[in-house]
Design a protein around this ligand. Sequence first.
Ligand code: ADP
Ligand code: ADP
Length: 226
Amino acid sequence: NVAVSLRGVTKTYDNGVVALGPIDLEVRRGEFVSLLGPSGCGKSTALRLIAGLGTPSSGTVRVARTAVEANGGHAVGFVFQEPTLMPWTTVRENVRLPLRLAHVPLSSANARVDQALAQVGLSEFANAYPRELSGGMKMRVSLARALVTDPDILLMDEPFAALDEITRFRLNNDLLALWRSLRKTVIFVTHSVFESVYLSQRVVVMTSRPGRIATEISIEATEPRG
Ligand code: ADP
Ligand code: ADP
């Protein structure tokens, strides 16, 4: 039951930089996988290709189609390192944005927004503005915005890298709890060994020039952790 598969994927950017390849990667439905490696090894490139933001230079990228998608939803949710929130409007409006873009009716959209805010522990802050929130809370808003379309696959690109260690550790634990209850497929890009081993069932280790998969480490046997 495969959620994402990359076969012989390479990516050469227009400027001639060979960012990836070739790489082969298969992610099962419900699996939590980390892509670990130094800056420039192609982690973000791989994630963007999975998200459909750009096309591979060769090879194939397959993302399992979902019922969500047939209903105008998103197959994947994306969380960037920068929360990229709209500063002029509330937390609620920021989280509702993907539903507005998908023309989801207001009443069901509001229910979904409430649910997503509850999932990230921000129900109390629905009417707050981004400037009133800490870095960790902004990241929670960004996560809620990715979850609000109920995607099967969550792609996260160094989401916690800019946060202080305590906040980062809290978010790691909350993300794990969310994953255990929602059982979404998560592909998590990080250059933190700690984070990759702590969070994921499998660590895919990448090397650079060009970005390749060096090895994969399965740590599933350490489950359950909590
Ligand atoms: P990572 O996420 O592991 O840091 P990236 O996927 O961002 O790696 O980058 C891989 C390589 O591709 C790097 O050498 C980077 O400079 C280059 N690169 C990334 N994005 C672009 C782009 N849009 N245009 C040209 N080169 C890029
Ligand atoms: P590097 O950039 O050298 O790979 P890391 O990304 O591993 O460094 O870590 C950067 C900082 O964040 C370090 O101070 C590290 O202790 C801290 N850190 C890394 N992962 C976590 C985590 N999951 N929770 C809390 N702090 C972390």
